[in-house]
Design a binder for this molecule. Structure first.
Ligand code: NAI
Length: 336
């Protein structure tokens, strides 16, 4: 039976890399009935809202969505569609696997990190005020419930996926109450998982250690803001944003997306690298129980990148999005 998945082609390079991901999934023999929906700027143009009700209804009904990047709307009255989706669907965990891939130029070749980022609160709760002219504040929200939920998510993930160690990064030496609560909740949850090593690091020291030797870490757990920053740093260790996937997960719904943005500078030119969205599709296929197809696509990408005949420009090649996709599909088909 076909899986039903909500598909958000996004804007900028979104539609080009979405077509590539859809073709690759089809080539691997997975039957998906796509329910295409608008979000962000195209949705505002069509419905006057960046996250229309029919999009939310579609995800609530299908439970799973694959999303291409959305250009963030600028100006008052528009909240980021990405943040709105995460909030409305309570996608409280952002999972970003960061893994070295042969053939992708990078600083390290043995990185295998899982980054778990709290996705709903912290400074991204969006509470900002002008106190008086020239004086502003942004409020960092940390709740015990969200801190417990994300810590439990990280330990459960580690246990199910054979991971050995979780490192929590925080700034509790300065933010004694808010990050103090995040750390305290982590330590309480850790006691229920004696089979997983738990440690904590001040986030600035963690950044230094990550850059010097990323192989000393296994699972990293961070709040929303530090998670945003550190996961991009980690992407830089394995070749950049063009090759890193992510999953936004809650207890009911799952939304898979690339880490990078809509790249307006190269949109419509058929030169974007679709790899990150294809990797995000692999996380989705595993979530749907399509392990064999996911393995086949993973091996085919690794071979296609290692042979390096048809690489996109960001990876030092000259191939178009379509040419790279055709080459990858040839490799997938040779394994069928
Ligand atoms: P960006 O990630 O779109 O682009 C940064 C640089 O990387 C650009 O030079 C771009 O050409 C390049 N790049 C990104 N993805 C690429 C790909 N797949 N292949 C080849 N090159 C690629 O970041 P930027 O310019 O800061 O953001 C553009 C828009 O995207 C903004 O409105 C931003 O808010 C939004 N954005 C949306 C995200 C999402 O929907 N999840 C995530 C990040 C940014």
């Amino acid at each position: 039976m076909a899986h039903k998945v909500t598909l958000i082609p996004g804007d900028g390079i979104g539609p080009e890399i979405t077509e590539s991901a859809v073709r690759v999934i089809e080539a691997a023999g997975v039957d998906i009935e796509w329910d295409r929906q608008l979000a962000g700027i195209p949705a505002v143009q069509e419905y006057g809202k960046s996250v229309p009700e029919q999009l939310l209804d579609s995800i609530r009904s299908n439970k799973v969505a694959l999303k291409a990047p959305l250009t963030t709307l600028v100006g008052k009255g528009f909240r980021s569609a990405n943040v709105t989706l995460r909030k409305k669907l309570n996608l409280y965990a952002n999972l970003r696997p960061v893994k070295s891939i042969g053939g992708v130029p990078s600083r390290y070749d043995k990185v295998d990190l899982i980054i778990v980022r709290e996705n709903t609160e912290d400074l991204y709760a969006g509470i900002e005020n002008v106190i008086s002219p020239g004086v502003t504040e942004a409020i960092k929200v940390v709740t015990e419930t969200a801190s417990y939920n994300i810590a439990r998510f990280a330990f459960e993930y580690a246990r199910k996926n054979g991971r050995k160690k979780i490192t929590l990064a925080h700034k509790a030496n300065i933010l004694k109450i808010s990050d103090g609560l995040f750390l305290d909740s982590f330590e309480k949850v850790a006691r229920e998982y004696p089979d997983i090593e738990a440690e904590d690091k001040i986030v600035d020291a963690l950044c230094m250690k990550l850059v010097m030797d990323p192989t000393q870490f296994d699972v990293l757990l961070l709040g929303n803001m530090f998670g945003d920053i550190v996961s991009d740093l980690a992407a830089g260790l394995v070749g950049g944003l063009g090759v890193v996937p992510s999953a936004n997960l809650g207890s009911e719904y799952a939304l898979f997306e690339a880490v990078h943005g809509s790249a307006p500078d190269i949109a419509g030119k058929n030169i974007a690298n679709p790899t990150a969205l294809i990797f995000s599709s692999l996380l989705m296929l595993r979530h749907l129980g399509e392990e064999q197809a996911a393995d086949k696509i993973w091996k085919s990408i690794v071979v296609t990148l290692a042979i390096g005949k048809k690489l996109t420009r960001d990876l030092g090649g000259t191939a178009s999005t379509t040419e790279f996709t055709d080459e990858l599909i040839k490799e997938i088909s040779s394994r069928t």
